[in-house]
Design a protein around this ligand. Sequence first.
Ligand code: DX5
Ligand code: ZN
Length: 219
Amino acid sequence: MQISPSLLSADFANLERELGAIANADWAHVDVMDNHFVPNLTLGLPVVERLVAVSPIPVDCHLMIDDPDRWAPGYAEAGARSVTFHVEAVRDAVGTARAIRSAGARAAFAVKPGTAFAPYADLLREVDMVLVMTVEPGFGGQSFMADQMAKVREVREAVRRAGGEIWVQVDGGVSASTIEQCAEAGADVFVAGSAVYGAESAAGAVEELRALAQQHGEQ
Ligand code: DX5
Ligand code: ZN
């Protein structure tokens, strides 16, 4: 059970300090948005390079951008240890996943709430993680979509059949009140932005979320 706090809810003027505040987490989730794939703009490669350099924990890059075929491998080369692209944006998913892996990172694909998983089941052999979005991508602080739990179950089942070690990540509205259902459905990597950085103690929120996930999940 791994916790990946999203820097989207952190203080963008103090990212090094904000990374230090979640040093007890498993990953630092960095949301890259290009104002095309989603209607929001965050940060790109030069900032990710610096985050990788100063982060006490590995960086988990979630690319909400058009043309990940072109850009995703660069994030792996920059040192992100996990790079996730969206199936709705990619043209050559297999080639992109392979390029991410050969640059030394874990590769993952993400599906938006309206995107079915089944057409992408064959991609499991090319990736290390599947991200099931539990909000529409673009913004932090949105309400959790419980109707995505059926998809999490479906992905977990497919991963079980495929064998190997493929993680199932959820992202969006994950908090102390919603993480249990995610863990029960089979998620094992939990992204949380506002629930971590909006808490009095970010590190305390990480511990609380991890404990809840462990109580309610299989691993
Ligand atoms: C949304 C991003 C999320 C976001 C989650 O598009 O992918 O990572 O930061 O924020 P919360 O946890 O506040 O929903
Ligand atoms: Zn994200």
